[in-house]
Structures are given as C-alpha cells and as structure tokens.
Design a protein around this ligand. Structure first.
Ligand code: OGA
Ligand code: MN
Length: 205
C-alpha cells in the first residue's frame, strides 16, 4: 500500500491496516532482535495502572514487554526507529499532527493471554496520539487467535474488524478514539507496539 491511501484511510476511519509497508528483511531482523531480548531476560510484565493487583492485571493484560532503545548502528531496531521517524514527519506534514516523539516496545503474549478492551490514550498517558502495532511472528493462521478487535469510535460496543496478527502486518490507529482488544492467542504472539506522542520529553514510569 502506498503512503497516500494509507493516510487517507487513517484520516477517514481513524484506523488502517497495511501489509506491505515493512521490508521483509527488516521484519525478520526485528523478530530476531525481539527474540534475543527475550532470551537475555530484558522483558518485564506489562502494567495497566496502579489500581489493580497484579493477578487481576494479567487477566486484563497478559503480555510482557521490552522497550526499544537505539541499538548499534545498522541494527534492525535502529533501522525501524529511523523508519518510524520518517513516518512521524509524514504524518505531521500531511495532518499537522503535532507528533513530537515516539516510544515503542516489543510485546510477548503467551498462549491463552490477550488484552481486554481499552483505549491507549487515557489520564495516565494523555500524550499518546497515534498507536502503531507491527506483528512479528513468522506464521500466523486463523486458529492461532490473538486477533486485534477494532471498535467503532461512535459506538464502542460495535466491533468493526478483527485483524489477524499476520507476519509483517502493520496497524495504525488514533490512540484517543479507537477502543481495541487483543483476543487470547493459541500460541506465543510476538509484536512491536508503540505510540507517536505530542510531548517532546517525558519520563517513562
Ligand atoms: C497495546 C495493544 C494491540 C496488539 O499494546 O496497547 O493494544 O494487537 N496492542 O498487540
Ligand atoms: Mn492498546
């Protein structure tokens, strides 16, 4: 998908799926970086806020995450960060979106886990403007589950789409408008998730 139809769709429906934006070599490199971070023990359990106990939390959100930091020059993570920065600048040029920074993490959902319906922009994260998800698994079929459900911005009870986390698939959506959910997966689900933000400098808590 070329950039223009992608941006048109994002502007019109507030979410968009693209299957051929990420180069397959970069996709494979990111998957390897992700697995290496997992093997090195760089992941930790994701949190949803401070109001829940951790057992309750894993029912709401079952993934572990590892934040991306600029790696060695030429590494897949670095290349990805450069790529997303160009995307951020395009979004600003076309939409005057006021996106000043970005943050990304690898995510791993073990079998049986998902993430209940939520919005990415909330009181604790007011600066998240555009969410990005890239799916890293090499293979994914219908029966593997783990679909991303997109709900209507006008009626959050109405499901609009179930997106299968297919290899290299990328989803962009408005963090303030799109409620979404990750259905439980039937095998380990690897992804890269992040946000383009309106603030410039922030402390990650
Ligand atoms: C998230 C999220 C969606 C996905 O991490 O906030 O909603 O498909 N991820 O992994
Ligand atoms: Mn989310």
């Amino acid at each position: 998908m070329a950039r223009e139809p992608l941006f048109d769709t994002l502007a019109r429906q507030h979410w968009v799926v693209a299957d051929d934006l990420i180069d397959p070599t970069l996709h494979e490199g990111l998957y390897q970086d992700c697995l290496q971070n997992w093997d090195t023990g760089n992941f930790h359990e994701a949190r949803v806020g401070h109001q829940h106990s951790s057992s309750r939390e894993s029912e709401i959100r079952g993934d572990s995450i590892c934040w991306l930091t600029p790696g060695q020059e030429g590494s897949a993570s670095n290349e990805f960060l450069l790529w997303t920065d160009a995307l951020r600048q395009d979004l600003n040029r076309i939409f005057f979106a006021g996106l000043n920074s970005a943050e990304f993490h690898f995510a791993r959902y073990p079998e049986g886990r998902g993430y209940k319906k939520h919005l990415d922009q909330h009181r604790a994260q007011p600066h998240r403007r555009i969410s990005l998800v890239l799916y890293l698994n090499r293979e994914w079929v219908d029966t593997d589950g783990g679909q991303l459900c997109i709900y209507s911005p006008e009626d959050v009870g109405r499901e609009l789409s179930r997106i299968l986390p297919r290899p290299g698939r990328l989803v962009l959506f408005r963090s303030d408008l799109i409620h979404h959910e990750v259905l439980p997966c039937a095998k380990t689900r690897w992804s890269l998730t992040g946000w383009f933000r309106s603030d410039r400098d922030y402390l990650r808590l």
